[in-house]
Ligand binder design. Structure first.
Ligand SMILES: [Zn+2]
Ligand SMILES: [Zn+2]
Length: 264
C-alpha cells in the first residue's frame, strides 16, 4: 500500500492512498490544481483516483470536494450528515449532486482492492469520522480532528499496522499563546483537537509491536512544532519503558507541503 500526505493542517488536508491498480483520497481541502500537481510528481493521474472519502465538513477538508465530484466525476463518500454539511458550506461553490455516495458510520466500502471502514470520532463539525483502510494485507488508520481518543476509534488504532493521528497542539504553547480565550476553549474541549501529550501517552501506553509507521497530522502552526511532538513522545516512551529499537518509524506531516511517497 502506498501513502502520501499532500497537506495536513488548518490550511488544508489531503492524503493519497493507493495500490498498483488504483488510488483514493482522504479529504480534499486543497485546490484541484495542487492535488493534480502532487499526483503528477508521484507519476499518478487524477483518472486513477477512484473515490474521495471525507472525514468531516470543515473547509480545510472539503475545499475541492465539489469540483472533484461534479466536474471530474469522482465519487465522493461520506456519511449522509457530512455530505449534507458539505452542501450547506457557503464556501464550497460546487455542490454535490450525482457524485454523492453515502457510507453509513461503521460500514465498509470496497474500492477495487482497497477496503475502507469508517468510525465515529468527536469533533465540532456536523459529524466526524476516522477511516480504517486495508489493502494487500496491510492497514492504515486515519484519525484527524478529534477532541479525544474515543472508544470507537481505539480498536482500529490498535489493530492497524500504520497510523495517521492528530497531534494538534502543545498544551503549554496553546495556553500561553495569543489565541483568544473562546478559541483556546474550543481547541481544548472534547470536540476540539488532540494535544501532543494525549496522543503521545496513548501511543506509549498502548504500544503494539505490529505498529510500523506513525504519522503525526494536523499540527497547529502557532501552538506546536515537530520538536514538541517528538519530545513529548520520547518522554512518554521512556515512562512506559519502550526501547528505541521497539519504536515504530515516526513522521511529522508538514502543513502545506507533500511528503515523499511511503510504501507501507
Ligand atoms: Zn481540520
Ligand atoms: Zn475540523
Amino acid at each position: 500500500m502506498k501513502f502520501c500526505s499532500f497537506a495536513s493542517g488548518s490550511d488544508g488536508n489531503c492524503y493519497y492512498i493507493g495500490t498498483d491498480t488504483c488510488g483514493i483520497l482522504i479529504d480534499a481541502g486543497i485546490s484541484v490544481k495542487t492535488i493534480k500537481k502532487n499526483l503528477k510528481q508521484l507519476g499518478i493521474s487524477l483518472s486513477s483516483i477512484y473515490a474521495v472519502f471525507v472525514t468531516h465538513d470543515h473547509y480545510d477538508h472539503i475545499a475541492s470536494v465539489g469540483t472533484l465530484g461534479e466536474v471530474y466525476n469522482i465519487p465522493i463518500y461520506s456519511t449522509q450528515a457530512i455530505l449534507e454539511g458539505i452542501n450547506r458550506c457557503y464556501k464550497v461553490s460546487d455542490k454535490l449532486y450525482q457524485s454523492k455516495h453515502t457510507q453509513e458510520l461503521g460500514t465498509t466500502v470496497n474500492i477495487a482492492n482497497i477496503s475502507i471502514t469508517s468510525f465515529h470520532v468527536n469533533h465540532d463539525s456536523t459529524q466526524c469520522v476516522g477511516y480504517y483502510i486495508e489493502s494487500e494485507g496491510n492497514s492504515l488508520v486515519i484519525a484527524t480532528d478529534l477532541g479525544y481518543i474515543n472508544d470507537e476509534a481505539i480498536p482500529f488504532l490498535l489493530k492497524s499496522n500504520n497510523i495517521v493521528i492528530e497531534a494538534n497542539y502543545d498544551e503549554e504553547m496553546l495556553l500561553e499563546g495569543s489565541y483568544p480565550l473562546f478559541l483556546k476553549k474550543r481547541i481544548l474541549g472534547n470536540c476540539g483537537h488532540l494535544a501532543n501529550h494525549i496522543t503521545a501517552r496513548f501511543l506509549a501506553e498502548n504500544h503494539q509491536n505490529h505498529w510500523k509507521h506513525i504519522f503525526f497530522c494536523h499540527l497547529s502552526k502557532e501552538n506546536n512544532s515537530a520538536d514538541a511532538v517528538l519530545r513529548m513522545l520520547s518522554k512518554q516512551y521512556e515512562t512506559c519503558g519502550i526501547k528505541l529499537e521497539e519504536r515504530p518509524e515516526l513522521t511529522i506531516l508538514p502543513r502545506t507541503t507533500p511528503i515523499d511517497l511511503c510504501i507501507i
